[in-house]
Design a protein around this ligand. Structure first.
Ligand code: PRP
Ligand code: MN
Ligand code: MG
Length: 204
């Protein structure tokens, strides 16, 4: 039968490409945080796979590094961010206070999500600092200015899925990042990615 693989127009980054970037970023993070053990905070659900691979590459791992997760979502089943980012967490504010937080994301697109999470940690929880490691940076689509400190790959303005990124909850488990065939979302009446500034292009 038809599989998720058949829905890919092309593969952008293979498992090997991703592993190689994780190693480079992990070493940079270990070096930058050697004297300030970070609270690594994965932004669910999209970051689950990248967070899992990246933390293994934070080498040598500083003593005191801890790992937690926060749930943030705005896309729902649509393809365009609703602009209303919902946070869900059982993280105690005292566990964040004074900590150097390293957010882990699968993708920074409009930057609404990362900005909301980052503000929450700094303003509500009293984090000492917040930095972001994102596998993909789709900077063409920014609505808010945001420059992640650690970027795996600069992402073209195309409909990407896999390695944590979903389209309506599908494709998350693929071990690579691929571009979805337009026919896979045509039934929703969604136009494909358009030039920068149109504000109407699709997303995961
Ligand atoms: C996706 C993605 C990022 C965010 C990026 O999450 O995982 O968290 O959108 O988009 P932005 O920069 O425009 O805010 P989504 O809301 O789809 O939730 P999910 O992680 O559970 O898939
Ligand atoms: Mn997400
Ligand atoms: Mg999503």
């Amino acid at each position: 039968g038809r599989t998720y693989h058949d829905d890919m127009a092309r593969i952008l980054w293979s498992p090997d490409d991703i592993t190689a970037r994780c190693r480079v970023l992990g070493r940079q993070i270990a070096n930058d945080y050697k004297s300030k053990a970070p609270l690594v905070l994965g932004v669910l659900k999209g970051s689950f796979m990248f967070a899992s691979d990246l933390v293994r590459c934070i080498e040598p791992c500083p003593r005191g590094l801890t790992l937690d997760f926060i749930r943030a979502s705005s896309y729902g089943s649509g393809t365009e961010s609703s602009g209303d980012v919902k946070l869900k967490t059982d993280l105690k504010k005292e566990k964040v206070q004074g900590r150097h937080v390293l957010l882990v994301e699968d993708i920074v697109d409009t930057a609404l999500t990362i900005t909301t999470v980052s503000r929450y940690l700094l303003e509500e929880c009293g984090a000492a600092s917040v930095a972001t490691a994102t596998l993909l940076d789709k900077h063409e689509r920014r609505k808010l200015a945001y420059s992640p400190e650690y970027v795996g790959f600069v992402c073209p303005n195309e409909f990407v899925v896999g390695y944590g990124l979903d389209f309506d909850e599908e494709y998350r488990t693929l071990p690579y990042i691929g571009v979805l065939k337009p026919e896979c979302y045509a039934h929703l009446g969604i136009p494909g990615p358009e030039p920068v500034g149109s504000g109407e292009s699709g997303d995961e």
